[in-house]
Ligand binder design. Structure first.
Ligand code: 6PG
Length: 260
């Protein structure tokens, strides 16, 4: 497997990273609306995305540049908890962003992780994705933009080392038992992420430095470092990192300066 050349952007601080990623979100949204009439985005959980969501809701210029009435929101993964639970990725995005912007409720497609069996939640979400995108049996959705986090262990979305989700080729969404949390998660699968028009990893903090170095510069071992599975087949791959997360990269990427 050859190495894919991602577009790596390093920012001085986490705040500068949030701003750049929020601007990228807004840009991809405006472009998708213009080209296809709608913007379909998959959100991630985690602390780094939260900073981006908060800015999109609060910054008047960014907020006004997203066509919210043409935006359809999905989740790349979810914890197996009800929507009001503190661990819910849906709840986080709702509190930080979705309850603060004029997005129609019918455009918010959450994973029904309150279902007692995580497999049912995965099946249900796969059916939702198929229906909103109007897919036939063998088609994949093409998201305009996918936000992903990176765990210090190299996981992304809920694609964890040692799980069968990593090799899933047929399903769009699966449930996956994550031993280290002793919990089920529900996650989109690598073929879905890899069919997106653009995927952006948001990586902040020193505890991510080793994982980021391995993902970008280490040997290609996706079974150990699942984030290496993400390689859009006809799309762009971005890494937005802050200086702390990029501190172990040998090919020291130039630190970007905010333009405003
Ligand atoms: C989740 C995520 C997960 C997350 C990473 C990074 O549900 O937790 O989707 O993949 O994005 O673990 O999270 P942080 O940004 O909080 O470090």
């Amino acid at each position: 497997m050859a190495r894919l050349t991602p577009e790596v952007r390093v920012w001085e601080s986490a705040d500068a990273l949030f701003r750049a990623a929020a601007a990228a979100f807004a840009r991809h949204a405006a472009d998708a609306r213009q080209e296809r009439g709608a913007f379909r985005v998959a959100l991630s959980g985690g602390e780094t995305p939260r900073g981006v969501y908060a800015l999109l809701a609060q910054d008047p210029v960014l907020r006004a540049s997203v066509p919210w009435d043409r935006t359809e929101v999905f989740w790349g993964d979810e914890r197996h908890v009800p929507p009001e639970h503190p661990d819910s990725n849906y709840r986080m995005a709702k509190e930080a962003l979705l309850s603060r912007v004029p997005i129609p409720a019918s455009h918010v497609h959450r994973i029904r992780a309150e279902l007692p069996d995580a497999r049912d939640a995965a099946d249900d979400y796969e059916a939702t994705v198929r229906s909103v995108f109007g897919l036939s049996e063998d088609e994949l959705p093409r998201f305009d933009f996918v936000l992903l986090g990176l765990g210090p262990d190299g996981h992304t979305a809920s694609l964890f080392r040692g799980t069968s989700a990593l090799s899933e080729q047929r399903r769009l969404v699966v449930s996956t038992w994550v031993e280290k949390f002793r919990a089920d998660r529900i996650t989109m699968t690598p073929p879905v992420f890899n069919n997106a028009a653009a995927v952006a990893f948001l990586v902040s903090g020193e505890d991510k430095a080793e994982a980021l170095q391995i993902i970008l510069e280490g040997p290609i071992e996706p079974a150990k470092y699942p984030a290496q599975l993400i390689r859009p087949v006809s799309g762009r791959l971005f890494f937005f990192a802050d200086k702390a997360a990029a501190s172990k990269l040998s090919q020291s990427a130039a630190v970007e300066r905010p333009s405003s």
